[in-house]
Design a protein around this ligand. Structure first.
Ligand code: TYD
Ligand code: MG
Length: 449
């Protein structure tokens, strides 16, 4: 059989013989990607490893985990590294993925044994220089600058290291497939090879994956589906803190969060993360409110700042950064009408900190309270988060994923939340004191009294 080319939809998996702008299966635009099919092997080889066995006879080694030596990483992994697991660490270029994994490699090399660090992005010399700088030099780390996945596979079998790091999956390639490295077909094939190696040998494998502009892992969803654990490494490059967020975990909770700070000598773990987000300087200052927003499936705590001051003359200025100006105008009109704040002759500046863009309606109430707080020159209470959509009649509407947001807020050290009516079980709140409000008027009274 000849090798043939097909086009597969990255959304629904529909396959067509030629490229189309729109998937006939699900109607998604621009989702068809070329894939080269390798003709299947003629004979099926049976391996004793894959023979069916009664479920009761399966050796349950799943529970044993080992600590990587980086507590925040262990936390994100759900309490340590599971043997034979495939862990994907995704993030923007330059955020610190290589640094994190080199540090993890050093810690593992110290505690567990040989770690094979494969890099297709940097030379062994570059990695050594970095290791020196971040104090991660250990003779048990074996470096290999290699991109051919079959060579990597052979070395893993020969060395049988305690763990493997592959930096990055987008540079790896399988020579039998003619697509370029980083293409869907290559990413899938290389991940498949590592998956087999990890499962067959019980060696845990870390994969680095780059994130596209849209914020998803390049070499799309296939990658996330294949691996056991997906961690995102995030942060504002102009600030020093970094968040390691669990997005998927077959061996633990998918709501974990590890927090680090990037220093000159590498990443250090942050034991008191709430301090980073509550803004040491803006705490107790009028015009600052924290909102637990939900970015896709990932909650993110963001400080919203507002400054309201009397307008000089003419039309008042309304400026925003990171939030929708139309939304701010609407919220100000509601505040004026429903709460009685006389904002019409005032300039207002509203911004979301850290350069994030918030476009979900759940941030409305936080914007409203930041404006009201600045206008009244009275700060909201300490360690409070605020969320809820504001309607035109001043009602506070429900938001999605409340539980997830609150878990995150609790994790980051917040103790109370002002939000919409919510039928909930008390124990789903964690340590958060939840204050229900039905109208914007009620919310302003509760927060600013
Ligand atoms: P890196 O781990 O190379 O990022 P990634 O692998 O995600 O692309 O980190 C690169 C950035 O981190 C770079 O901008 C410099 C910064 N950095 C420090 O601030 N301190 C350090 O000790 C190291 C190693 C890097
Ligand atoms: Mg890197």
């Amino acid at each position: 059989m000849r090798n043939k080319t097909t086009y597969a939809c990255q959304q629904c998996g529909h396959q067509t013989a030629r490229w189309m702008g729109r998937c006939p299966g699900c109607g998604e635009w621009n989702s068809l990607v070329e894939e080269k099919m390798v003709s299947p092997a003629k004979t099926v080889r049976l391996s004793p490893l894959s023979a069916p066995i009664p479920v009761t006879d399966v050796a349950a080694t799943e529970e044993e985990r080992y600590a990587t030596g980086l507590k925040e990483l262990d936390r994100a992994l759900g309490g340590g590294l599971v043997p034979g697991s495939l862990v994907l660490v995704g993030g923007d270029p330059g955020i610190g993925k290589s640094t994190l994994l080199l540090q993890a490699a050093a810690a593992l090399a110290e505690k567990v044994g040989t770690v094979l660090y494969v890099s297709g992005e940097e030379s062994a010399r570059q990695i050594k220089m970095r290791a020196q700088r971040i104090n991660a030099l250990h003779p048990n780390i074996l470096l290999m600058a290699e991109t051919d996945i079959s060579v990597v596979e052979r070395h893993i079998h020969e060395l049988s290291p305690a763990a493997v790091v592959l930096d990055s999956i987008q540079t790896a390639f399988q020579p039998e497939i003619s697509s370029t490295p980083g293409s869907v077909a290559q990413v899938r094939e290389c991940t498949g090879v590592l998956m087999r190696v990890a499962k067959g040998t019980s060696i845990p494998v870390f994969l680095v994956g780059h994130v596209t502009k849209e914020g998803t892992l390049a070499g799309p969803r296939v990658l996330e589906h294949m691996v056991d654990t997906v961690l995102y490494f995030e942060g504002d490059r102009h600030q020093s803190f970094r968040i390691l967020r669990t997005v998927k975990n077959r061996f633990g909770s998918a709501h974990e969060l590890g927090i680090f700070e990037m220093r000159d000598f590498g990443l250090i773990e942050v034991s008191n993360p709430s301090a980073l987000f509550m803004g040491q300087s803006s705490r107790g200052v009028a015009g600052s409110v924290i909102v637990p927003s939900l970015e896709g499936t990932r909650p993110l705590l963001v400080e919203i700042q507002a400054l309201v001051c009397a307008s000089g003359f003419g039309t008042p200025r309304r400026m925003t950064a990171g939030v929708d100006p139309n939304r701010v105008a609407l919220i100000m009109a509601v505040l004026e009408r429903r709460v009685g704040l006389r904002l019409a002759a005032h300039d207002a500046y509203v911004s979301a900190m850290g350069g994030v863009k918030l476009d979900e309606p759940a941030v409305d109430l936080a914007i409203a309270l930041a404006i009201a707080s600045s206008f009244r020159e009275r700060p909201v209470q300490d360690r409070l988060v605020v969320l809820g959509e504001v309607g035109l009649t001043g009602e506070i509407r429900a938001v999605s994923g409340l539980e997830k947001r609150l878990q995150e807020a609790a994790k980051l050290g917040f103790s109370s939340c002002l939000g919409p009516l919510w039928k909930h079980q008390r124990d789903s709140l964690g340590i958060i004191n939840y204050i229900e409000v039905q109208s914007i008027h009620e919310a302003v009274e509760a927060a600013l009294g």
